[in-house]
Ligand binder design. Structure first.
Ligand code: CTP
Ligand code: ZN
Length: 183
């Protein structure tokens, strides 16, 4: 008993001294094997948008206005995918998407899968459908286009789906994915 007590007190002195030393990060770092296994956490309730082309990952976050979302939001990009090379995933806790949001996602991520999660299970898997006509979603990049100068809704025709090419109904300006600004 007495022996244990003395051990404890010596440890106490040691930890007091350690306070002024920087923490040893390696003591808390995961082991190599564990590191390789680290993934984005599953969500209990909400929506997972998967198979997003990497360069559209943050556009999806913008479409869903996730900056202001109060639930869990996990965004990962440049993940390895057998199907589309590199992909992004956006996981949103406590949110179900409207049809309008799904339609917008289809514009920047034509191969995306929208998974509806309930109680940790994938309850539904929706394959987005890219539209032929995009109404009032994308801003025309032409400053003199009527849609930028009068109260006229934008309208684009999808000329090519992958890589995306769209054409303004009013000024015929052609735009690619990189020019797309969501209204
Ligand atoms: N997922 C999640 N939380 C859950 C369940 C699933 O975040 N509670 C995520 C998974 O990590 C995956 C996506 O939702 O990114 C779809 O899950 P699942 O259908 O189980 O995966 P896959 O079979 O790989 O999907 P797919 O066939 O569409 O590639
Ligand atoms: Zn235009």
């Amino acid at each position: 008993m007495a022996k244990r007590k003395s051990k404890k007190s010596s440890r106490k002195t040691k930890s007091k001294a350690a306070k002024i030393r920087p923490k040893k990060i390696s003591a808390f770092a995961p082991q190599d094997e564990l590191k390789r296994e680290l993934k984005i956490s599953a969500i209990d309730e909400g929506t997972v948008i998967d198979h997003i082309p990497s360069d559209s990952t943050f556009k999806v976050a913008e479409i869903l206005n996730l900056e202001n979302h109060k639930g869990i939001v996990s965004i990962a990009t440049n993940l390895q995918s057998k199907r589309i090379g590199k992909k992004g995933i956006v996981k949103v806790g406590g949110k179900s998407l409207t049809q309008e949001e799904v339609n917008k996602i289809a514009i920047v991520a034509p191969d995306a899968t929208v998974n509806i999660i309930k109680n940790y299970y994938v309850k539904e898997k929706i394959k987005v459908k890219s539209p032929d006509v995009i109404d009032n979603v994308v801003k025309c990049s032409n400053p003199v286009c009527v849609t930028n100068n009068e109260k006229v809704n934008t309208r684009f025709y999808v000329v090519k789906k992958d890589p995306l090419k769209i054409k303004c109904h009013y000024c015929e300006r052609g735009m690619g994915k990189e020019d797309i600004e969501i209204i």
